[in-house]
Design a protein. Structure first.
Lengths: 274, 667, 182
């Protein structure tokens, strides 16, 4: 996350550092293949994530935090697939030339925040964010529900709870898990304009002053592709989109620049009462 | 000297296709003690049975082994045949060559050998069989009906009219069940309460029926003809003898905002309440959990208001013990709540309701006096969407079955809506239309053609709220899967029929079988729809599976007929395969030492004590005694007894050992 | 199912039995791209059930399978719990292998290929490399040219790719790819 989602990385590292949590990268990790791999090549879509699982085990890690929703989804699906099919697991381990126990615990950013931040938010929050916000989860954090096992998967509350604890009012809105257009950002941007446009319209219509996300693809579609959205909606919309980690950073009193707020395309004008 | 006849059945091809029956008959004929051995195509048929009877007479047989299907199938048949030929029926045993052999193996020498082995073991057992007499047990000619809905009401009336006493137990304050909540019934659109309330009154006034409302079954013991049921009569806090049903207390109660169960949460009631105006009995009860006096010690306004002093706050739950001969279970069903649907809003949208809630809206005695109004703002919906199969036929939601009644009641709901809201637009999203009853299909066609209900074949993926409207995202699969989006004012989910909460516990308390969905199991899906596997306990209505009113009434009458058949006999013949404590000559009298381990072990509380006295009336020994009316012949006591003093007639230790030895000694 | 049927091959590869679909249409009703698709998901399921060779060919040549975003909404709502996204992956792989990619979907395939090319080369995604590769292969040379300065000024364009060390291990994964679509 050093390119288009740089601010996600920055804000995650900033809040972890401030809370005294050390995050270590997997040695020599590779790209998980995301949508491209599973669309074009079945075995590659499993072997690329599996390599990361094997490397993490090799590093002696027990818990893996995966901020990117797509990578999280691919890693969990891979773990699930390898558990279901022992032949596949053996074949992949053979190809990787690495042992693979496949028992590492994989956490997405919300589960990470739930485990390590929520218990401490009362002490960490210094400047409550008193805004109406729409928490947007996207697809890959909650589906397929048979594998992801999110309790209230049509109306998740994990981010909402965090935002409430930060002092914000997380609105009840029906587009929490509607698809933003995902990987069509480059190949079919008009579709992103339509799908993300519907999400933005609903959030604004329900009174949100900001959209909070936990997925860099969703952020890019809602933020960087704002012109496509405005083209679909046929009007200007200036609702800002921030990462959940950035919201926490602001509430913790971390300087906006450290959280990468300035890197967004749509200006973020959420002031914090200092 | 044993003279046993062995009769091997081909069972058509069921046995003979896999087992060499001729060989088995041949080998059996060489066994020690076997006088006659043969094989025949259908032993259970008339000629087959005649063959057995003839052979018994001609050869003077002392025992018979019929090697055929499972004894559960035809043991009574062959025992009856033997009895007719003058041989004690308990000297006849069946060797199961079908379910235990031919049906579970491939054709081979080993299979034929196994069949021979099975025959040999039964021959050895029969050598030790003793003639037994069935046990006659008196029948208590009184029935218990659990559940006061239309099924329980019908069964009670039928049994009572046949001249027998009935106790009807209902857990709610009034009888009537779900039928009393309906507005109109398909396919005639009869007013539901109008056809039900006369029956309810008939039950209340019938001299042979004792109604116990606000009551539940606490415990059940005993067996067919001789059950002992303990009923818990929950404290109503109202003395029914003093109460005149004037209803003054319900108007004065300050706690008015309790969600009414009868109105499915769309209306409210008071803490002291009568569930609905036509309730039977029309006497109130106090809901202790919501009563200010019971919770906080203050109020008592009802007591002050009551003109006859019928309120008694210190009333306790009462336990009544009943002796009954038969039980009819008619506890009914429930429907899924809207909160169980993630994609339709988890129940948070007030204007997304289920079918039973729509019935209350449509009902003249309901919270909106029969006008279809949105629960959220009371406005009349101009566009209404009905979603069929909400939860049914849905393995993902854990209910793969069809709930049978929803297609019909959805058509009815849509028709009622069109009749009440002229100019309104209704839509039904369906997968199939199941209208298999008499006049049912014509009813649904009427909805589509005459009442102009728009039927769209496809399921709804999602319902959400936007600007006070409900956005319904469906599809028309008959138009090349065209996505259809409707902005509706109200959505009615035809939710799946499910078993009542507490069904599992009730079934376990009564020792009856139930299925994976907690519906009670019938004894045979085709031929025994009103009996359970527990003799003496019958089923009626939707507690067995979702069904409509005509089927419920039929089943209830069927169950009542079974009870009447039972009660038409003077006494019941019970299988003599029960436990017996041994007795022998003085001075021992019995090898039983009086430890009563057997009594502790017995699941049916069938073992008591017997005092053996001498001529002077002094007690010399205290031994165990089995109550032949209660013993089910399970054999647990035999396993527990340390002195081998108790044994099962017909399945004695000696008989069992002889079977085992026969299997081990293959010579 | 005959062995030559596409539905049979799908069963072998994904373990999903299309016969279980009872055509309720819930997948289409919830699909965010349904209105743009030529063959909607429930229709594709019916075509697979029929085993008709012409229909099978139409599926592989459709735009629908490439428009599918694998948002998993259909799978999460299907009453029969059919893994439609997995079927879509299989259909995509087969469509590509048999050279039947729909004309309007070519740039989607190009994007995915460019993505994987940068991963094969560097072990990690190189965004600029991806965009350049895509532009070259799709011919859309001027796409997003207005966005680039904005990305750059916000520090979101990393010019040089990150490289992993174990290139050899990675290339093993890319080599000898099974022909999954047998």
């Amino acid at each position: 996350m050093t390119g288009s989602s740089r601010e996600y990385n920055e804000s995650l590292l900033a809040i972890s550092k401030a809370a005294g949590i050390e995050l270590v990268e997997i040695t020599d990790w590779n790209c998980c293949g995301a949508t491209a791999a599973h669309n074009l090549n079945k075995e590659l879509s499993v072997s690329l994530p599996a390599r990361n699982l094997a490397l993490a085990e090799f590093d002696g890690m027990e818990e893996l935090v995966v901020p990117c929703a797509a990578c999280y989804n691919r890693l969990v699906m891979t773990q699930h697939e390898l558990n279901e099919d022992s032949n596949l697991k053996a074949r992949i381990a053979e190809k990787l030339k690495m042992p693979l126990k496949n028992s590492i615990k994989i956490l997405n950013v919300l589960q990470f925040l739930e485990k390590y931040f929520i218990p401490r938010l009362d002490e960490l929050v210094k400047y409550p964010l008193t805004y109406d916000v729409a928490c947007y989860y996207g697809c890959l954090l909650v589906r397929p529900n048979k594998v992801m096992h999110v309790e209230r998967w049509e109306d998740p509350m994990a981010m909402d709870i965090i935002m409430q604890k930060l002092g914000a009012n997380a609105i009840d809105w029906p587009f929490k898990t509607e698809c933003c257009g995902a990987g069509f950002s480059v190949s079919k941007p008009e579709i992103v304009g339509e799908l993300s446009g519907k999400i933005v319209r609903n959030a604004v219509g329900n009174g949100a002053k900001a959209i909070v996300v936990a997925c860099p693809m969703c952020h890019s579609n809602l933020d960087m592709r704002r012109p496509a959205i405005e083209s679909y909606l046929n009007k200007k919309v200036d609702i800002p989109v921030i990462y959940i980690t950035q919201a926490i950073a602001l509430a913790m009193g971390i300087a906006p620049k450290e959280a990468g707020i300035q890197r967004h395309f749509v200006p973020v004008n959420l002031t914090v009462n200092r | 000297m044993s003279k046993i006849g062995v009769f091997i059945c081909h069972c058509g091809e069921n046995i003979s296709a896999t087992v060499d029956v001729e060989k088995v008959a041949e080998v059996a004929g060489t066994l020690d003690g076997v006088e006659y051995s043969t094989h025949y195509k259908y032993m259970c048929s008339d000629p087959g049975q005649s063959l057995i009877k003839q052979t018994i007479k001609e050869k003077g047989l002392t025992g018979v082994v019929v090697a055929a299907c499972s004894p559960r199938m035809h043991e009574p048949t062959f025992r009856k045949a033997c009895a007719e030929a003058g041989l004690n029926p308990y000297l006849c045993e069946m060797a199961n060559l079908r379910e235990h052999c031919s049906w579970v193996h491939e054709k081979s020498d080993a299979t034929t050998q196994k069949a021979s082995d099975i025959v040999r073991t039964l021959v050895e057992k029969v050598k030790h069989n003793k003639p037994l007499q069935s046990i006659k047990v008196p029948i208590t000619k009184k029935a218990l009906v659990i559940g006061g809905g239309i099924a329980g009401i019908q069964a009670s009336l039928d049994i009572a009219n046949a001249g027998h006493q009935v106790v009807l137990v209902e857990k709610d304050p009034s009888i009537g069940g779900h039928m009393s909540q309906l507005s109109e019934t398909f396919p005639t659109l009869d007013c539901s309460q109008c056809i039900l309330t006369p029956r309810m009154v008939e039950v209340a006034q019938h001299p042979n029926i004792t109604m116990m409302t606000y009551s539940e079954l606490e415990k059940l013991e005993g067996s067919i003809g001789n059950f002992k049921a303990t009923i818990r009569k929950k404290a109503k806090s109202v003395d029914e003898k003093m109460c005149t049903g004037c209803g003054l207390c319900t108007t004065k109660c300050p706690n008015k905002k309790i969600p009414s169960e009868f109105n499915t949460g769309l209306g409210t009631r008071t803490a002291i309440y009568v569930p609905f105006p036509q309730a039977v009995p029309n006497k109130p009860v106090i809901d202790k959990a919501n009563c200010t006096y019971y919770q906080k010690g203050k109020c008592k306004i009802c007591e002050k208001t009551c003109p006859t002093g019928a309120i008694c706050f210190d009333q306790e739950d009462e336990f009544v013990e009943l002796e009954v001969g038969a039980i009819v279970v008619a506890t009914g069903f429930n429907v899924m709540e809207t909160s169980e649907f993630a994609e339709y809003g988890y129940g948070k949208y007030k204007d997304v309701i289920n079918g039973l809630q729509f019935e209350r809206l449509a009902s003249a005695s309901g919270p909106t006096l029969g006008e279809i109004r949105r629960p959220s703002d009371g406005k009349i919906p101009e566009k209404i969407v009905f979603i069929a199969c909400a939860g049914s036929r849905d393995p993902a939601k854990g209910k793969p079955y069809c709930s049978k009644i929803c297609c019909m009641y959805t058509a009815k709901h849509a028709m009622l809506y069109q009749h009440k809201v002229h100019g309104g637009h209704s839509y039904v999203f369906y997968m199939d239309i199941r209208a298999a009853g008499k006049n049912y299909d014509e009813f649904t066609r009427r909805a589509i053609v005459e009442d102009e209900v728009n039927y769209i074949r496809g399921r709804v993926s999602r319902v959400y709220e936007e600007n006070g409207k409900l956005i319904v995202k469906g599809v028309d699969t008959l138009l090349n899967a065209k996505p259809v989006e409707i902005e509706a004012d109200m959505v009615v989910l035809a939710t799946a029929g499910v078993a009542n909460p507490g069904s599992e516990e009730l079934a376990q308390r009564m020792h009856i079988s139930y299925d994976a969905y907690n519906f009670f199991s019938e004894a045979h899906p085709k031929l025994k729809p009103v009996e359970t596997n527990t003799v003496g306990i019958f089923l009626a209505g939707a507690c067995q599976a979702p069904k409509d009113i005509p089927e419920t009434v039929s089943q209830a009458s069927g169950a009542a007929a079974k009870v009447a058949i039972l009660f038409s006999q003077d006494e019941l013949s019970r299988d003599p395969a029960i436990a017996v404590v041994n007795r022998c000559a003085p001075p021992l009298f019995s090898t039983c030492v009086g430890c009563f381990m057997c009594a502790t072990a017995c699941p049916y509380n069938a073992i008591g004590e017997e005092l053996i006295k001498n001529r002077n009336g002094e007690v010399i020994k205290r031994v165990a005694k089995v109550n032949p009316g209660l013993c089910q012949g399970c054999g647990t006591c035999v396993a527990f007894c340390r002195s081998k003093s108790i044994d099962i007639d017909g399945y004695t230790n000696e008989q069992m050992y002889s079977e085992v030895m026969a299997l081990l000694n293959n010579d | 199912m005959n062995k030559e049927d596409l539905s049979f091959k799908i069963k072998q590869s994904t373990d999903v039995n299309v016969r279980e679909c009872y055509q309720c249409g819930k997948c289409t009703a919830g699909c965010p791209l349904a209105e743009h698709m030529d063959l909607r998901p429930s229709v594709i399921m019916r075509m697979l059930q029929s085993g008709d060779k012409e229909d099978e060919d139409k599926i592989l040549r459709s735009l629908s399978i490439w428009l599918c975003l694998t948002c998993e909404t259909c799978y999460s709502r299907c009453p029969m719990e059919l893994d439609i996204p997995k079927i879509m992956d299989h259909l995509r792989q087969r469509s590509l292998a048999e050279g039947k990619v729909h004309h309007d979907a070519r740039n989607i395939v190009t994007f995915h290929k460019s993505f994987l090319n940068t991963v094969e080369r560097n072990g990690r995604l190189h965004e600029i490399g991806l965009v350049l590769d895509y532009k070259m292969h799709s011919g859309k040379l001027f796409q997003d040219i207005t966005v680039a300065p904005g990305m750059f000024s916000r520090g979101k364009l990393s010019i040089l790719p990150e490289q992993i060390k174990d290139k050899k291990g990675l290339s093993r994964l890319f080599k000898n790819q099974d022909k999954n679509t047998k």
